[in-house]
Structures are given as C-alpha cells and as structure tokens.
Design a protein. Sequence first.
Length: 187
Amino acid sequence: MREPVPIHRIVVEARELFREYGYEGASMRDLADRVGLRPQSLYTRFPSKESLVPAVLALTLDDVLADLPDPAADWRAAWRTLIGRIAETFETRGRCVGLHLAYGVTAQMPDAQEAVRAFFARLRDAMTGILEAGTISEPASVAADTLAQLEGATLWITTEGDMEPLRHAVERACVLVIGKGDQCDRN
C-alpha cells in the first residue's frame, strides 16, 4: 500500500508547475505524475486546477513572510529581510508565481482571480506595515511602487536572462528606506 501524499507536497509541486508552465501550461495530470498519484486521487483533494491557486499563493505568501523580524523592534531589518527574500526567489526561480498566475487566470476563474488579487494586496500590506513602523513618508505608495519595480524586473529575467533590473530594484528599495550602501538580506 502506498503512503498518502501530503497536501503540502501537492501544493509545493503545483507551485513549481505554475512557475514553470504558467496556469494554462500546467495540468492536473502532470501534477498527479509529479506527486505519484492517479489523477482521480488528485481530484479528490483538489477538484480543479483553479482550486489549487489559493493554496499555492497562501503557501508562497507564508514562505515570504515567515519569521520576519518584528517591525516594531527593527523595521529596517524586517524590510531588508523581506526585500531580500523576494529578490532571492526571483533570482533562483526566475519569476514570481503570483505574477505568472495573474497573467494566466481569467474572469472565468473568479476564485483564482480573487486569490491572485488577495496575494498581491497582502504582500503590499505587509510591506506597508513594515514601512509604517519606520519614518517613511507615504508608506503605502512606497510599498506599491517597490512591489511593482520588483515584479517588473522579472520581465527581464524571463525574457533576457538579465538580473540587472532586479538588482537595481533591490538597491532602490534598500536605499530608499535604509541608506546607501546597506544590503538587503538574502535568507
């Protein structure tokens, strides 16, 4: 008798498929093959590909926000760590699964669309919360702009293999709130 496949493993593998192939290119059959399940067994856990999107994005957000330094105690350390994690994900994975899904889900997939919107809103809000603990003017605007610059850099990573725009976006994010010459953590 086979060991049951943990839900967490299914979600992790779904995230990798979405990253590699986008929403349209990923299939439930490919996911079932990756985790060693028959497709019908996978469908008992996730009734559709769309039903995987909220779980994938929740896992991704949890990974990015887990164990950040307390902004009330050291907002700069929290900011450096968060920006560093986002940048490291883009460098190692080549793209943001949230952005990849944002372009792949359509109005015919309202639950997936809402999950993508909520993912970016929660990430932006977490960034805003860190900046509010500091002395940053217009923290919500700075957070939105920083997130847009980081996400936009993935275009060059994906199309050109060029990490330079990402490095510039990270540097701007760090200099903006921390000061010239300070590095964002990569952990």
